[in-house]
Design a protein around this ligand. Structure first.
Ligand SMILES: *Cc1c(COP(=O)(O)O)cnc(C)c1O
Length: 217
């Protein structure tokens, strides 16, 4: 799909859910995509992108940023503590905050730098052993811990189990955000973003539907 088609579907889904237009942000997930495809989306005017790997983002975004002002970059992949410093310099938002040691590190970096990227806590709504994210039953206390550290918590993020209906996962994430007073909801990918918007997503993360299939790394 072209950028304009994805944005048209986003608008339709907002409208169908009786939500104000502009309430959902499209994050164009550019991980592993060739530069020519990414540049085409930048040239079409889009400015919000998501990347999974610090190394890859550091290699490609400084040059794009100097050519295309106003880019906002979201980190959506698991973040190793030893890459946190590089990540806070590169990203405007980090959506993969998932453990106390990373919260500690981000809090210390925020203190020394005087600012922090917007943070989303990743929740492992399916309690999948191989997947990153705070378990649902640990979320409330983790949010409370982050708040004692003065971290700028913006919302929650989830990646539902692949072969399941995402609906209960999106609903659960929305309920967890509401009871914790968090307004950001990053949920919905290429195959299910309209459902996510119906259930309150504020950020959708769309890769292959926008750029085409990712070349195998
Ligand atoms: C790769 C990725 C996406 C995009 O997935 P598509 O199915 O290509 O839209 C979204 N979110 C996360 C966390 C990802 O790693």
């Amino acid at each position: 799909m072209s950028l304009s088609e994805v944005l048209a579907r986003l608008s339709q889904a907002e409208h169908a859910a009786l939500r104000p237009s502009g309430s959902v942000t499209l994050i164009a997930v550019s991980k592993l995509q060739p530069d020519t495809r990414v540049r085409a989306v930048l040239q079409a005017g889009h400015r919000v992108f998501g990347e999974n790997y610090v190394q890859e983002a550091a290699a490609k975004w400084p040059a794009f940023r100097s050519q295309f002002p106003g880019v906002a970059l979201h980190m959506i992949g698991p973040l190793q503590t030893n890459k946190a410093r590089q990540a806070v310099e590169l990203f405007d938002a980090i959506q993969s905050l998932d453990r106390p040691s990373l919260a500690d590190k981000l809090a210390r970096l925020a203190q020394t730098r005087g600012r922090s990227p917007d943070l989303f806590v990743q929740v492992n709504t399916g309690a999948e052993p191989q997947k990153a994210g705070v378990l649902p039953q640990d979320l409330d206390s983790f949010v409370a811990t982050c708040r004692t550290m003065d971290l700028p918590l913006h919302g929650l993020m989830c990646i539902p189990p692949e072969a399941e209906d995402p609906t209960p996962h999106f609903r659960a994430l929305a309920a967890m955000a509401a009871r914790n007073g968090l307004t950001g909801l990053s949920m919905g990918m290429s195959s299910d973003f309209a459902t996510a918007i119906a259930l309150g997503a504020t950020h959708i993360r769309v890769g292959s539907a926008l750029f085409g299939a990712r070349p195998k790394g």
